[in-house]
Design a protein. Structure first.
Length: 146
């Protein structure tokens, strides 16, 4: 695959991921199913802590946050992508705004995403964003109130 074509494909995959992330921040995590690889070695490290390995574990925090979220928006700045054959990585800053349980959360995170070419389509296989103590505290408070 030519470098320019691969770069375009990864950028399109990133666009789909950030669209899905915005939908999750508005209460709907369903589109994560389409853009993530479902392999047993996919991973995440979210702002809410922890590390998930394997698709079944990876999808759970997306669904849990979506269950509490509304009015969300996620945008990227400072996007940097490198393609190395069938693997690519992305460095970016995510700016997140959403309402969780009636409380507004506005944050920015440095993020790293890794994509892999599967059956001719770029899929995300890893997402890592900075840990956010205020996000963790808000979720703990909401879980305690439930």
């Amino acid at each position: 695959m030519a470098i320019k074509q691969a770069d375009t494909g990864v950028r399109a995959a990133s666009d789909r991921f950030y669209k899905a992330l915005g939908q999750m921040a508005s209460g709907d995590a369903d589109s994560m199913e389409e853009i993530w690889s479902h392999r047993e070695d996919v991973t995440t490290m979210h702002p809410i802590g922890g590390r998930e390995v394997g698709w079944e574990a990876v999808k759970e925090p997306w669904k849990a946050v979506a269950g509490l979220a509304e009015k969300g928006e996620v945008t990227r700045t400072d996007q940097f992508i490198r393609v190395m054959g069938d693997v690519a990585y992305e460095l970016t800053t995510e700016e997140v705004s959403m309402t969780l349980g009636g409380e507004t959360l506005d944050s920015a995170y440095r993020a790293t995403n890794i994509y892999c070419l599967e059956d001719g389509e770029w899929k995300i296989v890893h997402h890592h964003a900075d840990l956010d103590p205020k996000f963790i505290e808000l979720l703990q408070r909401l879980e305690g109130a439930a």
